[in-house]
Write a protein of this length. Sequence first.
Length: 326
Amino acid sequence: MRRMSFIGSMIWLSFGLLCCVKADLQLGFYDKSCPKAEQTISDFVKEHIPHAPTLASPLLRMHFHDCFVRGCDGSVLINSTSNNQAEKAATPNLTLRGFDFIDRVKSLVEKECPGVVSCADILALVARDAVGVIGGPFWRVPTGRRDGTISNSTEALNNIPAPTFNFSALQTSFANKGLSVADLIWLSGAHTIGISHCSSFSSRLYNFTGKGGQDPSLDSFYAANLKKNKCKSPNDNTSIAEMDPGSFRTFDLGYYKNVLKRRGLFQSDAALITNAASKSAILNIVNSPPEVFFQVFAASMEKMGRIEVLTGSAGEIRKHCAVVNG
């Protein structure tokens, strides 16, 4: 009873800062202007993600990266030009994939209702639906976002939380977006699916102090396995490793269990157990039914999707997600 009471309080905390996150969105925003929009998006995702289930993770990550830079405005989708290095060109976004998937969905929706549905909403809905197809949680996606017209690589580098962040830096990064410590903990759970390039964590294996050596907070057996089978040299920028070994295609509690064993891949993962309240929350979640994690993750995802959204007459509805309207 005490454990469930604690988890219940964490669910409440996940909702608690909605007052501080712009929320001019509504469920079914396109019911009259484009009534088939959400079904069209859902159908496409359900048709194609089963054939490419590993795409769910980068699509979810793309939504996260979008929301942390100028809010959830689809700016991560914009291509660079000769005069501007867009968010796509920033180091945190160089490994993103799935842009063509978003473009295909946008094309279908444009055929149904030209100039009505924003790329920002499409990205938010695709991320949710893709996670659902692989057996992950469902969360509500209120719509009505409009697309931003500014996309800057420096802003992306400065705003997207880095895998090298400690707990204090993570807390500050999330707080700057109106997100709580609870949101930080549960949104980190997205690392239960997907992979990472070695370049994002190899310093933990080979040069943690700047003079060689290994991160002492990393389980030695896990580190040895990574060196032997995944990232065989400190200069390996192409090899990959699963963020949740053993179940990286399944949305489950494996990530948190690994973090507690000091087997989180990133420094930012390891940081979650350097804070007493965060570690306590993780201990409680791994001892609760999986659906509890689904509930708190869903609450934090809905909250994140409201960050600094453009609504009303702000922004635009882009005709093509990669290009600002002429």
